[in-house]
Design a protein around this ligand. Structure first.
Ligand code: F6P
Length: 326
């Protein structure tokens, strides 16, 4: 295998707090071992359109605490076509880039897998998504920050829910995963969590209304994972209107504010460790793997496993929401 002298780093898909910390760690670790570093703007779009900049140590100064990504991000259409990927490969070669570090979620890592297979390019991925839905890792960069953002918002909603004795349905992001909804429900003391992975035998809404709300409590908060198939929080609110018209329910869709903000210390440390590990991995000759974290230890996860989704969401956690909300 040819020696790696220059690496390109990109962020792709939905941004996640901690991506900047990862870019910083990738850049500075690479420089510390004598590699050149190029930043690819707007994810794969920048690779296909030759939008590439040099990164020095000072280019990544003062960014560890910033949300978003200094390299910008995009969901690239051009890279989905073989012609777009061909162009990307040509630009990469013309820029002297020998290997890539791709920071993103399942779509970004699926793109990396195809590109690596087609052009025999060494690529290491970092899990950058608030959704926590990648296989082989206990946590993704950005998940902890988003979770904390949700909990802070729900704490505020609880004040008004309690004053008005209302039921609030709060919809959170997660793509097709319920980690944000479930764990923010536990952390905020919500009365129920409705997530796509687990269908409960009992209708959670009916259970909540008949058993808990108004009998032992004067307010209720239900965390719902976004779900285009079922309609998420708005569909649930419609149901309440028809089936339980006596309740004054309100809907809050937290939306993109969950993706912003300064990363938590947890995400900064995770991103820094993973960013450094990506360079170590490339130096070791690893390719087509994502850096994951399992029980505190960094691990290499083949792309095929990373994109096969995180199936570790537990029924136990869902039961805990119920037990603790009586
Ligand atoms: O994957 C991250 C994520 O925030 C998902 O939770 C959400 O479904 C999606 O991206 C939203 O994407 P966009 O920013 O393109 O609307």
């Amino acid at each position: 295998m040819a020696t790696i002298k220059c690496i390109g780093v990109l962020t792709s898909g939905g941004d996640a707090p901690g991506m900047n910390a990862a870019i910083r760690a990738v850049t500075r670790t690479a420089i510390s071992v004598g590699l050149k570093v190029k930043g690819i703007m707007r994810g794969y779009h920048g690779l296909s359109h030759n939008d590439i900049i040099d990164l020095e140590s000072k280019s990544v100064s003062n960014i560890i605490q910033q949300g978003g990504t200094i390299l910008k991000t995009a969901r690239s259409h051009s890279f989905r076509s073989p012609e777009g990927r061909q162009k990307a490969y040509e630009n990469m070669k013309a820029q002297g880039i020998d290997a890539l570090v791709v920071i993103g979620g399942d779509g970004s890592l699926s793109g990396a897998k195809i590109f690596a297979e087609e052009f025999d390019v060494p690529i290491v991925g970092l899990p950058g998504t608030i959704d926590n839905d990648l296989g082989g890792t206990d946590s993704t960069i950005g998940y902890d920050t988003a979770l904390n953002t949700i909990v802070e918002a729900v704490d505020k909603l609880r004040d008004t829910a309690s004053s008005h004795e209302r039921l609030f349905i709060v919809e959170v992001m997660g793509h097709t995963a319920g980690f944000l909804a479930l764990n923010s429900a536990i952390a905020s003391g919500a009365e129920a969590a409705i997530i796509p992975e687990i269908e409960t035998e009992a209708d959670q809404l009916a259970e909540l209304i008949n058993n808990g709300f108004r009998k032992s409590k004067n307010s209720a908060i239900v965390l719902v994972a976004e779900n285009p198939e079922t309609g998420g929080a708005l569909a649930l609110a419609e149901r309440i209107k028809t089936e339980y018209p006596q309740y004054d329910a309100r809907v809050t869709i937290l939306g993109h504010l969950q993706r912003g903000g300064s990363p938590t210390a947890f995400d900064r440390i995770l991103a820094s460790r993973m960013g450094a590990a990506a360079i170590e991995a490339l130096k070791e000759g690893q390719r087509n793997v994502m850096i994951g974290i399992k029980n505190g230890q960094l691990v290499y996860v083949p792309f095929s496993k990373a994109i096969s989704h995180n199936t570790s969401i537990s029924r136990e956690s869902l039961d805990l929401v119920k037990t603790l909300s009586i």
